[in-house]
Design a binder for this molecule. Structure first.
Ligand code: FES
Length: 115
């Protein structure tokens, strides 16, 4: 495991979800003020792109597709797929899973993640 440079802090807009390829791996970066968090880029529900989601209350990512929500820092699933109504009936085959997160280092505005 080692840290790999991703981008400059100034390349990220506050509360934007932006994907990058680092060391042949796709990751998602989320900037919250001067903090940056890194997660896997695909929602664990149906592997659709989380980049199209939004930040909720400055601390959770909501997936655009079925509204699963994940804690940005820990990746813990705080809400599982619940949109459109009735999709919960499929949860027995797509059980709740957390989002993988990565350690992030910010050195003078240079953002690296540990892979
Ligand atoms: S793909 Fe994200 S909640 Fe379904």
């Amino acid at each position: 495991m080692s840290f790999h440079y991703v981008c400059e802090l100034t390349d990220l807009t506050n509360e934007e979800l932006k994907s990058f390829t680092v060391n042949n791996e796709k990751i998602l970066l989320i900037r919250i003020n001067d903090d940056v968090f890194a997660t896997e880029p695909k929602c664990p529900h149906m592997k659709l792109p989380l980049e199209k989601g939004t930040v909720v209350d400055g601390c959770r990512i909501q997936c655009k597709f079925h509204h699963a929500e994940f804690d940005i820092k820990s990746g813990k699933a705080e809400q599982w797929a619940c949109f459109p109504p009735g999709i919960q009936a499929l949860n027995f085959i797509r059980g709740q899973k957390d989002l993988q997160t990565y350690n992030v280092k910010n050195e003078d505005g240079k953002i690296s993640i540990e892979l």
